[in-house]
Write a protein that binds this ligand. Sequence first.
Ligand SMILES: [Zn+2]
Length: 481
Amino acid sequence: MAVSDPASRATALAIVLSASVTSAFAQTVVKPPKNKYTPQQDVAIGREAAAEVRKQYPVINDEQIARYLTRLGDRLVAAAPPELKQSVYEYSFTPVDLKEINAFALPGGPMFVHRGMFDAAAGEAEVAGVMAHELSHVLLRHGTANATKAENPWLQFGQMAGMIGGAVLGGPAGTALAEGSQFGLGTLMLRYSRDFEKQADIMGAQIMARAGYDPRALAHIFETIERQVQGSGSSEPQWLSDHPNPGNRTQYITKEASLLTIANPADVSEFEPIKTVFASMAPAKSMGDLAKARNPSGGPSGLTAGDAGGSSGGTLGQPIPLPSSQYRTIKGGTVFEAAIPSNWKTLPSKNAIRVVPENGSGDVNGQTVFTHGIEFGVAPPGSRDLQQATNAFLNAVAQGNPGLQLAGSQRTVQLSQRVAIGTPLVNPSPLGGQELIALYTTFLADGSLFYYLTVAPERDVAAFQETFRHIGTSIRLTDVR
Ligand SMILES: [Zn+2]
């Protein structure tokens, strides 16, 4: 009879099954951590932050380098686990002309690779390794997973992108730029825990193998980075402070590599020519150069309360339209709601949300200041006593605004049915003359300090007073759980 023997068919099936079971368990399974954000939110955050990075960083425009990096990135994306590739992601791979060994990826896909990474790498596989590691942070959505974990009101402000603009300027430049802003919370999203690091290492190794690179190159570039630190006696590079060594990095990457089959070797013949192109360029800038270029002579005048980040709202010194008598409601995450004139816009920045009329905000010496409008924010409490917490906050603001002065006595007021303190202030306006500021502070349920402040040049105060009063009485604190 020609019918095949059922026993032998069963055996064949068993072999197929066991083969697939083996391959499913051969490599370590990496599961994305808990995340309360949507992939669309990752993309929105990353897109806005990437625009900020492109504005602040010396992007390399050389076509050959850009094309090369994109091809390398695309190869890694093609080798990424399909179940983690969200269709909304917007991958991009941008070379920047900075000499520090660094690379970073923003939520939703934008990746930036420093020129210094190419100088440090012994071959294409090492650059690919760092990129595969960064890509894994994107795929596992570690940035917004950090925000999920943080349970911090800062991170609940509707828009988080502005924060990252500050965060990517970490390291020496970040320190210089952050002077006068004591919070530095923007770094939360891109600073990974050791658990997340290990996940990105393991998944990075798996992606490398599928893309045709030996994953052990990843362990090697990490060793190079750590050795350079020890050798130079300089401070820890940004890459290591954002991506801490979980311990035994080389061992577990090597072990994972032994479980993986490397696909057809990638064609790496373009790596040396690309290094030649880099070598023909002017020397790369350092983060320190970048900070100096941005802020040559200390801070500008004009109010810079929460931080130096955020985006500009127009051109300073241009006519300011009168506030509309129509209002719309804005939400500051889970913290507050307020009604603002319908012709004003919101400028979220690292630590705060500014609401300004057209031309009410602009750049002075590379720093965003605002001359008309309101800023809402949350600050860590300096004390459990409202008066002391308010004074600590004022001292911090004064550090970035040397001309800031009290313009009268503080008084107790109501803010969303809570006890608050109102503080009148004056400050030199970037438009000339003085600007009048009213600061209001109260505690949130979690003990942090909520504040809002109104700003207008002395000559415009009369035209804005009623609007500020309307906004102030509309504020509703929504933080009680
Ligand atoms: Zn990492």
